[in-house]
Design a protein around this ligand. Structure first.
Ligand SMILES: Nc1ncnc2c1ncn2[C@@H]1O[C@H](COP(=O)(O)OP(=O)(O)OP(=O)(O)O)[C@@H](O)[C@H]1O
Ligand SMILES: [Mg+2]
Length: 290
């Protein structure tokens, strides 16, 4: 039976399109505040998203807002912010994230360095401006490369089962990852700040060796392992700060860097009266590589 134009028109004005009209209206009513933005999830490509299977807590709704709740740590190359990603009025779609932002053109030390180079390398102000612009652009590109390197390292190690924060997303100079901390936004302490019994320290050492073995089995060394890049969350040691992970075989410095990680870790634990031997650990990890 052929439908008359009138009835097909009626069919197109069904409840579903009315619902979406309502959704559109409620979207329009929500305006991101000064410390907010719309979620960046919908504009990310599949390669900019974390590995499958995606944990259930990841909020993927286009109706979510990202709210900046504060700064967790400022650093030389990057700052880490606490971010809430949540759908307004939907308590089931709410999560805290750590947003690690590599410094780009807005970097203060860059502005200072532009001032220093001005008039030094060239007296022509036009050239100076062009140079400064190029450097600014260069820094932005470098910052994005670091964030991508960290995101890819997190993905790779997450897939191998290493206790890294789940990498949610990368966009430009920003890596969004699982926030290690409590519901109120209190971050898990760095191992360096943790005081514990000898048995607890022994247990943390065992866990650190275990995660180093996961890295080594994948052919990698962390490359900057220290009690500052290990967090203790719910009794578990988690490892962060991965942009520089090292392919132990391909990198000419690979073995040295793996060895340095072993020495750093063992020195720290030895000072806390945990029995450990950096050379034995190094030999153990080498055994995982070959
Ligand atoms: N996923 C996370 N969950 C909770 N806190 C985090 C997370 N990632 C980073 N932090 C906090 O931010 C700090 C800095 O993070 P990270 O080491 O990755 O950055 P960094 O720029 O290398 O800093 P630094 O120069 O101090 O090593 C960490 O020591 C930790 O306190
Ligand atoms: Mg660090």
């Amino acid at each position: 039976m052929t439908e008359s134009p009138a009835s097909s028109e009626a069919a197109s004005f069904d409840a579903t399109s009315f619902d979406s009209l309502e959704t559109a209206l409620s979207f329009a009513e929500v305006e991101p505040g000064a410390n907010q933005r719309w979620t960046t999830w919908p504009s990310s490509t599949p390669t900019e998203r974390g590995p499958d299977p995606r944990p259930a807590w990841v909020v993927t709704s286009a109706g979510a807002l990202d709210t900046e709740l504060g700064i967790l740590k400022t650093g030389k190359e990057a700052d880490v912010f606490l971010l809430e990603r949540a759908v307004p009025d939907d308590p089931t779609q709410h999560t805290l994230l750590a947003a690690k932002r590599y410094r780009g053109i807005e970097n203060r030390s860059f502005q200072r360095s532009a001032v220093y180079t001005e008039g030094r390398s060239t007296r022509n102000t036009r050239d100076t401006r062009a140079l400064a612009k190029k450097t600014a652009h260069g820094r932005e590109v470098a910052a994005a490369q670091w964030s991508l390197a960290e995101f890819e390292a997190l993905c790779r190690m997450w897939e191998r089962g290493a206790p890294v924060p789940y990498p949610v997303q990368v966009s430009g100079t920003e890596v969004l990852m699982e926030f290690l901390g409590d519901d109120r936004g209190i971050a898990a302490p760095r191992l360096a700040q943790v005081r514990g019994s000898n048995a607890e320290m022994q247990e943390y050492f065992t866990q650190v060796v275990e995660l180093m073995r996961v890295f080594a089995a994948a052919g990698f060394a962390h490359g900057d392992l220290s009690a500052y890049n290990l967090l203790v969350h719910d009794g578990r040691v988690r490892v962060i700060d991965l942009p520089q992970i090292v392919d132990v075989i391909a990198n000419p410095q690979g073995l040295d860097l793996l060895h340095r990680d072993c020495v750093n870790v063992c020195d720290w634990f030895a000072r806390r009266r945990v029995e450990c031997d950096a050379e034995a650990l190094f030999a153990d990890l080498l055994g995982m590589l070959f």
